[in-house]
Design a protein around this ligand. Sequence first.
Ligand code: ADP
Ligand code: MG
Length: 730
Amino acid sequence: MTTMRFRALESAISRVPEKRISSGVKISDYFGSNVFDKDTMQKFLSKEPFNSVMSAIESGQQIDRKVAEQVASSMKAWAMSKGASHYTHWFQPLTGLTAEKHDSFFELAEGNKAIENFSGSALVQQEPDASSFPSGGIRNTFEARGYTAWDPSSPAFIMESGNGKTLCIPTIFVSYTGETLDYKAPLLKALHALDKAAVDVCQYFDKNVTHVNATLGIEQEYFLIDLALYNARPDLLLTGRTLFGNASAKGQQLEDHYFGSIPERVYAFMYDFEVEAFKLGIPLKTRHNEVAPSQFECAPVFEETNLAVDHNQLLMDVMEKVARRHDFKVLFHEKPYAGINGSGKHNNWSMITNTGKNLLSPGKTPKTNLQFLTFFINTIKAVYDHADLLRASIASAPNDHRLGANEAPPAIMSIFLGSQLSVLLDEIETKVSSRKMTAEEKTDVKLNIGKIPEILLDNTDRNRTSPFAFTGNKFEFRAVGSSANCASAMLVLNTIVANQLTDFKKEVEELLTKNVEKSEAILRTLRSYIVTSKNIRFEGNGYGEEWVKEAKRRGLSNIKTTPLALDVYVSKKAKQLFEHSGVLTDRELEARHEILLETYAKKIDIEARVSVDMVLNSIIPAAIKYQNKLIFNVKGMRDIGIKQDNYATQVEIIEKISAHISGIKDCADKISNELDKASAVEHARERAVYYCDKVKRYFDEIRNHADILEQLIEDELWPLPKYREMLFIK
Ligand code: ADP
Ligand code: MG
């Protein structure tokens, strides 16, 4: 029992849950203690600079140099009082991860005197060597410079790691020529566009609205696996998912994991990372077991979208770090195990005014309900018009395993409204018309609108199969992958809704100039949207084969693979949309498109190579070892004169093993051959398509042979931790 698998199993089985030291301290006593938030800033800054920072944050304007100097020095004082020695600009390059480069506060001043310094310019801007981050051709090699610039709307925080503490400053990341190279910069622009467009529309209902924030609550699903078992699986280690593995006899069929009691070792881990998250001001609220064995979920209370995205990126980082302390590895991959549910990241999204009104929450009066319907129907129209763009925003190699597989929302974009609102929309469609309404008709429609209950009970039926569902006071975008940076989906969603609200305002204004009364103008415009966007509404089972057919009849797209889903980013329509709303330029879109394609190709390339390595180095040798054992047995039987009938089974297994070995070898050769050709394809899109069509197609076949071998071969000789071990030992 010397193989890595058995050593890993021994370690995994003998783990003792970390003792949780219940300090009796309330969360509220230390929540946000590592954040340079508004209150802390107020304590460390004098009144004038504090006010100018606050107003700059609100208006989105630049902070002047003098104020930046003062903020930097107060930030340094605070960070050092907390024990921080270094600082870093913290940003979100297009790798999907976060990036940091630490600098020390320490400096040598005149006469070699050691001091601690942090200047305003170091706070406002830095110049990390950008040449190793993806730029999609924007950054020429001779101009490798990139800049990170402070985002004051997301507070600085202290990241603790071991004994080290670092002050982290959230920043955007742009090229020397000003193009954005990250997720945050365009997200901020999209949120700004939404703010403006939504405020404009709110003027019809409430003149006090001067500011609208998009809100976001992110549910994070993940798997946990023992660290030793993880390290014994080259596929998990290098690709984040298992490329091989025979299904465990017990999987999720008993449905005994969902909401079940949390295993002690896992609980200790959750407790520990929650403490870290609370210190960072991440308002985690729920935790529970998910559907699959060893799958879990956590969700915070919703926040302003930019902050929610930062917090989710930070949370993933914290979870990975804390997991190490507990000898766990967190798997954020969308599909770590075949045949077992994958992981997503539901994006709960709404809009809130500075007056505290949730714009997707029905109110008490016909007027507030008309406002609700306005935002509700405009969102539906936006999703209808740009469904392909939303699909693209969540496209990635790992998420392809999820979308359309019978568990996650399908790759077809549709919206679930719930029956009450569906009926209401149908009613508006029949009762409102393009001619002037009679007083009676108007009263009737208003009466119906006034009747929308504040709490939409009907949504408790919770159609879980819809990729974009209305859940009472928010939309839930469920197709986002568990490892994704949500900014990708959020910058698209907020841009398309902003754009739609702007169009809406124009159309209503047009009717107003024709002397149509205001509420009638609004209703007429909404009615026209209800009519045009009808096809995107679907209340039935999104996982069924029926829906695939029905969606096709309706002309909805069903793009199954990433390389094709990404095409829409460089379509004329998308370029116009993003340019018009000031979120992304043509060049930035082209660059992003190329980066996403390249990432896709690289991921498939790595999976292919790992797969070939594993079969040649581990799986075939194990099969041969067992085969030799059988051959020895057969020979022995024959030598002592036992009749052939008595070792026919052994011979049969020997032959089966040979057949699968040669099947594997055949696939491995084909993969290697296609890899050579794939890497020679010049154009990024064609290369990604090649990987998708020509390389990936052998993955199932090679796996199938390997998984049958796993069933045939003596357990003691199998080199890789098995599904039952990875999923059930904790
Ligand atoms: P479920 O698993 O039933 O979908 P959860 O309670 O796990 O529900 O998650 C719901 C998420 O939606 C939470 O993060 C919550 O804060 C968030 N949410 C609630 N109201 C809003 C809102 N107005 N805007 C954005 N997110 C919201
Ligand atoms: Mg949910």
